[in-house]
Design a protein around this ligand. Sequence first.
Ligand SMILES: Cc1cc2nc3c(=O)[nH]c(=O)nc-3n(C[C@H](O)[C@H](O)[C@H](O)COP(=O)(O)O)c2cc1C
Length: 178
Amino acid sequence: MEFEKLIRERYSCRKLKDTPIEKEKLERILEAGIAAPTGCNYQPYKLWVLTGEENCRVMSELTKYTFGAGTFIVVGADPSKAWTRKYDGLNISTIDASIVATHLMLGIHDAGLGSTWVGSFNAPEMKKHYPEMQDYELIAIFPVGEIEEEARPAKLHYERKGISEMVRFDLMPTGDEI
Ligand SMILES: Cc1cc2nc3c(=O)[nH]c(=O)nc-3n(C[C@H](O)[C@H](O)[C@H](O)COP(=O)(O)O)c2cc1C
C-alpha cells in the first residue's frame, strides 16, 4: 500500500474476529517488524506470537483490551542488549522496540487486518505466565485479526494537534552565559 494512504487509513481497530490469521499474512507482518531500524543495529527486542485458547484466556486476564482477537503479538525490549548513549546513559531498548512495534502496526494494516497498540496490561503478571519474558520491558500487545464489519475509528482518531502547535521552527540556542 502506498505510504500516505497507509498512514491516513490506519486506525486503532477495536472490533476483531478471532479466526486464525493466514500464515503468509502473519509472516508479512513480522517481516515488517524486523525490517525496523535499531540503534547500532543491535536489535534488542523479542516478539512473541500467542494464539490458542489458553493464551487468549491469559490475555483477557492481563488486559481488558483484547478486542475479540485470537492472535496476539507481544513486543518486549531487552535493555541488556541495547545501545546506551554515553552522554546521559539513556538506554534505547524501548525506543528500538517501539520502532519495531510501529512497523508491526502499519504492517498489520497493510495486510488488510486490524489491531490496536495496547499499552495498558499487567506486565508483571504477564511475566509470571511467561517466564521467558522476565528480562524484557514489555512495551506492547497487538491483538490482531480480521476486521469486524461494524468496526469504526474512535473519536480520538480524528483528533490530532496541528503542525503549528507541535513543531517549532524559530528556536535559537541561548547565549554562552548559561
Ligand atoms: C503507546 C500506545 C499505547 C496505547 N495503549 C492503548 C490501550 O491500552 N488500549 C487502547 O484501547 N488503545 C491504546 N492505544 C491506542 C490509542 O488510544 C490510539 O492510537 C489513539 O487514540 C489514536 O487513535 P488511532 O490509533 O485510531 O489513530 C495506544 C496507543 C499507543 C501509541
